[in-house]
Design a protein around this ligand. Structure first.
Ligand code: CO
Length: 506
């Protein structure tokens, strides 16, 4: 049997820094690496989507499509790939079809090639519009099977999901293990089952969170997977994807090892050197807890990110001592809500509901989001919702349960979005419409910051009023300790006030 080399994709420009550095890598920090990344022959570069659009706009003041243009210019040879949350686009609620279609068309126009499209419930009705729009733009639609474990998520169910994705007209299938929970042998069985039954290529995407990533990829490669996602150290391993160099080492002498990396040691090392620098620059957003292998996620069968959030939340609620009780409640909530997979945002919703159930009694305090899941507004759940829980949600919300595709209830919004942009004096093209639909406040902030003068030029362009606060000089911890004296001021720029503390210099 002829063996084809496994194709490596690279995720350093998206999932790598989303998983390990709170999605804070800026376009400027990516640019120097692009010529090398483009030369190495990766199957695709994941460059956009997921949280990068939100984070780039919110924290880095970058208009999302500008980043796409810049990366495309720097890596013209390698196909670009993005992660799209189906009808949620890159947000957490459903958008009408016309907004989803415009987003896909504009992404394609700016150079996106492969659209990896998923739905948290694996309800394919929620990815259908995005898949059709991708095909209409002449691009590659990759349908996703979200991996999770539950009594209804059998190997056979994943394989039948794969068959449905192929029927939908997708060009490939991604088995997405967002939490790094898939055991190697299960990966082997799912991939070999899919390879026997579907004709389109299969990708496996996982995370090294619990130490299973590398072994999982190895098992999947043995089972015939066509592609895997790897990243570049230090934006690799831990809660991110296994790193490219390690995966090559794991495949030493394996007949499916990709040969085009041979002789590219220098380039791979140069990439690492560059990203080490960037990692250090992003020190504020990185954490040793994300870099290490932690098998706790396996014990509790929840995504690693959810585990750490959860510990903080329980502490805030003064419920640390009830950790085990709350965790025992998670499968109860999941079962009642049709064994919903735990992926943003369902992981948070299920976690909070489990906490409420323990604190107030089961379903005594039913969160609005959990009720929306129970009523079908997130889509069709993998298993049936507990009828009593569904009836309770209907009674509490005075809303009817639905069985249709949730977006069928939404009216087109593009004309209205354009009007809103016009009224604000912003550009009214489709790019701005779709960003405004998802991030209206962040877009306002972005335009305000563009209008605002740079801090150094402030006095010339805007009235800056510095006035002492009416309050007496603050007794800052430093001052109280007898060190330096501080004084508090209120700085007013264009009518907005900012508290400023000035420290006396020796
Ligand atoms: Co991921």
């Amino acid at each position: 049997m002829a063996v084809s080399p496994v194709i490596f994709n690279n995720t350093v420009l998206r999932d790598g820094h989303q998983s390990l550095a709170a999605t804070r890598m800026s376009t400027a920090q990516m640019l120097p690496a692009l010529p090398i990344l483009d030369e190495l022959g990766f199957g695709a570069l994941e460059t956009w989507g997921g949280a990068t659009i939100d984070s780039g706009l919110r924290f880095l003041n970058e208009f999302p499509f500008d980043r796409l243009d810049a990366i495309k210019k720097g890596t013209p040879k390698t196909p670009h790939m993005m992660l799209l949350r189906g009808q949620n686009i890159v947000q957490y609620t459903n958008f009408p079809d016309d907004v989803v279609e415009a987003f896909v068309a504009m992404s394609a126009k700016h150079g996106m090639d492969i659209f990896r499209i998923f739905d948290a419930c694996n309800d394919l009705r929620n990815i259908e519009t995005a898949v059709k729009a991708t095909k209409k733009a002449g691009k590659h639609a990759q349908g996703v099977i979200c991996y999770t474990s539950s009594p209804v998520h059998t190997i056979e169910k994943f394989i039948s999901d794969g068959l449905e994705i192929e029927k939908l007209g997708c060009d490939s299938i991604c088995v997405k293990d967002m939490a790094g929970l898939i055991p190697p042998y299960v990966a082997y069985e799912i991939i070999s089952g899919l390879k026997k039954r579907v004709k389109i290529p299969i990708v496996l995407h996982t995370h090294e969170t619990s130490g299973l990533g590398g072994p999982c990829y190895y098992a999947a490669i043995e089972a015939g997977v066509d592609m895997i996602d790897t990243s570049i150290t230090p934006f690799a391993n831990g809660t991110a994807q296994p790193d490219t160099v390690r995966m090559l080492a794991l495949l030493e002498d394996h007949p499916r090892r990709p040969k085009h990396f041979d002789g590219k040691r220098k380039e791979l090392m140069a990439l690492r050197e560059h990203f080490e620098k960037v990692y250090a620059e992003l020190g504020k957003f990185t954490s040793p807890a994300n870099e290490r292998v932690d098998s706790d996620a396996l014990t509790y069968q929840v995504p690693g990110g959810m585990l750490s959030n959860f510990r903080t939340q329980l502490k805030e609620q003064k419920m640390e001592d009830r950790f085990d009780e709350v965790f025992a409640e998670i499968p109860v909530v999941r079962k009642a809500l049709g064994w919903i997979p735990l992926v943003t945002p369902t992981s948070q919703i299920v976690g909070v509901q489990a906490m409420f159930n323990v604190k107030f009694g089961r379903w005594k305090n039913f969160s609005p989001q959990a009720m929306q899941i129970a009523l079908g507004y997130y889509g069709r759940t993998p298993g049936p919702v507990d009828p009593e829980v569904r009836a309770l949600a209907a009674k509490n919300t005075k809303q009817e349960p639905i069985d249709c595709r949730p977006a069928d209830l939404l009216k087109p919004r593009m004309p209205q979005l354009r009007e809103e942009l016009k009224a604000k004096g912003y550009p009214t093209d489709d790019e701005h419409c779709v960003i405004h639909a998802m991030f209206p406040q962040e877009l306002d902030k972005y335009f305000a910051s563009k209008k605002a003068p740079a801090p150094t030029a402030a006095p010339a362009a805007a009235p800056v009023v510095v006035s002492s606060t009416p309050a007496a000089p603050a007794a800052s911890p430093a001052a109280a300790g007898g060190a330096r004296a501080t004084r508090d001021f209120v700085l007013t720029v264009e009518g907005k006030t900012f508290p400023v503390r000035v420290e006396e210099v020796e």
